[in-house]
Design a protein around this ligand. Structure first.
Ligand SMILES: Nc1nc2c(c(=O)[nH]1)N=C([C@H](O)[C@H](O)COP(=O)(O)OP(=O)(O)OP(=O)(O)O)CN2
Length: 371
């Protein structure tokens, strides 16, 4: 096993734009504005930050400085940006982070322009557009053991994220979000306000089965489709890429830390704390009878002793945890978590939205699947 790790930092900016390369009459040709949110994930070498454990703060500082010219700006007037599509903004941020802000090992740059729309630029330079949809539906899982809560008929506000790889290199404009909307529209009609068990192919409607069902329906219409993500609740879901199933479970923990390598006088050296966001990712084959990889409920139960060791704790008193930074915590959680859940293959730990660390259990290049 050769684990890889990434640091993540984000910056928001308010900006105006008009996208003139869209067809005549398209609403985005008009002057309009967005609250953008950009994130970078980078595999940073040891010694890059001013002190060990200071990587998130340093990456955040550089990310904010990089994006500063975009804040309260007309993006069409920003030098070198070109047509202000989400993709071009991501490429502009990436170029500047590399060339002017000394950020090595960039794995991903994401730009979110609305609550339901964005682009993730991967290491190879492919732009994955994503679009989020919602549908309200009921279901029950018919094969769960007696007494399992999901065996009862219940309902969810499901969310689906469709990711499409534009694969257009450096061209300014490829797939339009509206095309994804048009392809999604009949599926919304089919799923919304329905009982999923009554739909052919969804007799056992787990998140995994729904994501694969959507993949089979959408891929022929949208060859660019790269992942289908299904959120069953706000804290768990599944992802399918045509071959592999991945699931995740999110939780928060509230803990105190200090960074032991921070310089004298820095507040980061003293006791401080966060409501950390923790996301557990698992990769496993589908159980043909249950229709799931690992039961979200089992994930929670098996992980509970690890959770209890970090929630409402002074983590600097735990000598098994190297330091109080996000990467040290993610590494510890991965090691402890895999002892009880060997399917765990990635841990994300965030101090605040977009600012934290990710650790992978293996060196597979395609594991930064956005969710
Ligand atoms: N791998 C899967 N496990 C489970 C699925 C599934 O689709 N795939 N579905 C369910 C249930 O349908 C249930 O509604 C969701 O379960 P759970 O994670 O327990 O959801 P909660 O939001 O209720 O969890 P809390 O963290 O307690 O809020 C079960 N498992």
């Amino acid at each position: 096993m050769s684990p890889r790790s990434f640091h993540s930092a984000s910056a928001g900016f308010e900006a105006a734009l008009h996208v003139d390369l869209l067809p005549e009459g398209h609403r985005s040709r008009r002057l309009h504005g967005h609250s953008f949110f950009a994130t970078v994930r980078a595999e940073l070498p040891a010694g890059w930050a001013p002190f060990a454990g200071g990587e998130v703060a340093e990456l955040q500082r550089r990310m904010e400085a990089c994006c500063a010219p975009l804040d309260y700006a007309l993006l069409n007037a920003v030098e070198g940006l070109g047509a202000p599509t989400d993709e071009n903004i991501a490429r502009w941020i990436r170029r500047r982070l590399e060339a002017e802000f000394g950020v090595p090992g960039i794995e991903q740059v994401g730009v979110q322009s609305t609550a339901h729309t964005g682009v993730d630029l991967d290491r190879a330079g492919h732009a994955h557009l994503w679009r989020r949809y919602r549908f309200q539906a009921a279901h029950r899982l018919p094969n769960v053991p007696a007494g399992h809560k999901c065996g009862r008929m219940h309902g969810h506000g499901f969310e689906v994220i469709l990711h499409a790889d534009q694969d257009i290199g450096e061209r300014a404009y490829g797939l339009d979000y509206d095309r994804i909307d048009d392809i999604w529209a009949p599926l919304h009609f089919e799923l919304n306000y329905q009982c999923l068990n009554e739909i052919a192919g969804l007799e056992n409607p787990t998140s995994e089965v729904i994501s694969a069902w959507l993949w089979r329906r959408l891929k022929p219409l949208l060859p660019e489709l790269s992942w289908v993500t299904v959120y069953e609740t706000g804290s768990c879901g599944a992802n399918f890429d045509g071959q592999n199933y991945r699931i995740w479970k999110e939780m928060t923990f509230d803990s105190a830390i200090r960074l032991k390598h921070a310089p004298e006088g820095s507040p980061l050296r003293g006791i401080h704390g966060y409501t950390w966001a923790l996301r557990l990712h698992l990769n496993a084959p589908l159980d043909a009878v249950m229709g799931w990889t690992v039961d979200f409920g089992d994930v929670k139960t098996l992980f509970d002793p690890v959770f209890k060791a970090i929630d409402h704790r002074p983590l600097f008193e735990n000598t098994a945890i190297d330091d109080g930074d996000a990467l040290s915590l993610a590494r510890w959680v991965l090691a402890e978590g895999r002892a009880v859940l060997p399917q765990l293959d990635r841990i994300d730990v965030y101090e605040t939205r977009g600012n934290g660390a990710i650790v992978l259990a293996s060196a597979r290049a395609d594991e930064l699947v956005p969710v």
